[in-house]
Design a binder for this molecule. Sequence first.
Ligand code: ADP
Ligand code: MG
Length: 276
Amino acid sequence: GEGLPRPEQTRIMVVANQKGGVGKTTTTVNLAASLALHGARVLVVDLDPQGNASTALGIDHHAEVPSIYDVLVESKPLSDIVQPVLDVEGLFCAPATIDLAGAEIELVSLVARESRLQRAIQAYEQPLDYILIDCPPSLGLLTVNALVAGAEVLIPIQCEYYALEGLGQLLRNVDLVRGHLNPNLHVSTILLTMYDGRTRLASQVAEEVRSHFGEEVLRTSIPRSVRISEAPSYGQTVLTYDPGSSGALSYFEAAREIALRGVGVRYEVQHAPQMG
Ligand code: ADP
Ligand code: MG
């Protein structure tokens, strides 16, 4: 790793946007790998029953594998389910299996149903610099568990029409959880994804997002890149699949920006990400 400053306390980032296909999973795994390659110890919590983050990290998550379902519903300790990601040192994954699809309903009747993930994370004793939680495309109890467990919300926004549509609902949920269950919760980071610099639309959307959110928006945006979309089918992040690609460089740069912000250091562009 490049030796970026490490946070004093574990930073728990909830990657959320109730729209599907905006780049939540892609952002979670590639930022996590980037942070680990920068020298941090990072845990990815896969909270989507699809298990796409587990797949992308090359983690076995067939139905019999101990998973985040067992943690949330059966109160199994997180340490029983966490697996190391083999090709990236310092990177770990709490996998999701298809069982998790039922958890949304099973959680309803359990005590402390909103704070089961928070409790599991608090009881986890391994030292970590970052925990990134990949949320499903909904605002149900799984996402609420993530919002209660974390302090920071990271919203990936796809640079397309209607990019901001539906975000109001997510922001209201963040306010509700902050008001009732987790006073530390805030939207810390907005990341523009699938940015296609050749289109006027992308730059218009980017401008709209920046004027709406301001400081929270990372200066680094993620270009649309075939290498990024190919990597998961090899069980790899783009950081190991094609480290020199524009997609890998831009996630590495976004991770650097997040790490520097966290310790209050002003970010200066190092590698200008290629924009297609
Ligand atoms: P979500 O988790 O929000 O549903 P994903 O991360 O799964 O979204 O991304 C949706 C699709 O878009 C996936 O097929 C993914 O490979 C692809 N994708 C994500 N980011 C990029 C990108 N920067 N360039 C090209 N394809 C991307
Ligand atoms: Mg996803």
